[in-house]
Write a protein of this length. Sequence first.
Length: 513
Amino acid sequence: MIINATEFPSEEYFDYIVVGGGTAGCPLAATLSRAFRVLVLERGGVPYGDANVMNQEGFLTALAEADADDSPAEVFTSEDGVPNARGRVLGGSSTINAGFYTRAEEEFYQKSGIAWDRKMVNDSFEWVESKIVFRPEVKAWQLGVRDGLLEVGVGPYNGFSLDHLLGTKVGGSILDSSGRRHSAADLLFYGRPPNLKVVVYASVEKILLASPAYPGAMKSANGVVFRDRRGKCHNAMVRENGEVLLSAGAIGSPQLLLLSGIGPRAYLSSWRIPVSHDLPYVGRFFYDNPRNSISIVPPSPLEHSLIQVVGISPSGAYIEAASNLVPFAAPPRTVFIRTPSSPIYLTVATIMSKINGPLSIGSFRLASTDVRTSPIVRFNYFHNPVDMDKCVNGTRTIGRVLRSIPMEEFKFRDGLGNRDFRFLGTALPADQSNYALMADFCRRTVSTIWHYHGGCLVEKVVEGDHRVIGLNSLRVVDGSTFVVSPGTNPQATVMMLGRYVGLKIIRERMRYR
């Protein structure tokens, strides 16, 4: 049952309260509802009536035309000067992304700090995939990039695969053959309806902590306070043995912990936030994967495609592509390219490089004690020279792909018979062997691929079972716990995580009984 927060009573009790109906929160809630009474609190609305969200052709529009209150995408700009976005809608960022679905690499599990049950991991992936994942139809631009990657040695060709494999492959998509989106919100339909209540436009302001039952015991989360759009406060409380499960994302989860007085004592005191639990690393170890792109205007219109083909090489960069049939205005706000300032309407083909596992550590701090105000973040792109090496490797691979034979059909021919690309925005340096020039290109053209993570890392803020260190009945279950962004796109692993933790909790409760 989905209701507006204004319809929620002043107080109500549940076994589990999931804060954030996003990429992790939806599968987590659906799973738990099979055995327990579950509440989902989502600050945004429902995606299904929004054509820009529900169809791939609206991807750019949904991101570029965000407004202050009602958009499914909340835009923000990091202190690095790079525009970014976070989901503000049921389904979270899986509702506003490019749709690409691929599982985590082995290194992710090894670095995660979690003792994974690998059979349960696989079962959780398969549960998600059986419901919302599709095999994309690969057409001209994606095929050209695929063949170009193979020509320049990013092999072998692995065909269609949901696994993370060195070489070039076609990944899955949460966009079906008609271009309709199937986000994490769809996974709620696989919960048990009598046990599941979803409340939208519910802005959670504070996690409530109960005093310990006896000296030396830990405090416990016993509920949350949220506000509806009319400004009225509501209490959602947990029953005995219940938990608050924080799935508000890599920005929302550390923000809400801090606003609830859970974080570094000195920092909270500087904001005059009463300290409920001193936890030094909340908001620390924050990362984003930098992206650099080249965009061209092809000689003839191309089909619309979001991410479908990926090249994965040992050099530390992933190569991906997109093409856009939909005319767009105000190019400075488009999400794949940086272009001239005057409005234009063009078909654009983009090839991009994302570096994996950035070592440059960002910063995270509150901008206000109002949860509706986005925190201030800085990602310090390329602060660590290893990240710059990866970017140079990736952009050099883009250059080699552009010089490959499959790319010839995307060049214009002039009156003398010469063929060349028509670049939209900055082209790669002519001398791509010059490291300094390539590094300068990386700095000047850096953008995001929306894969920021960290802020509530395992072994720093949460235990390996996602419980907040030093507290009972409170877990963080989302990408804020990741030290690396898994795979070439994290959404598959984040959805798996929601399902996985839900199954683990049910198993724990069965043992407890």
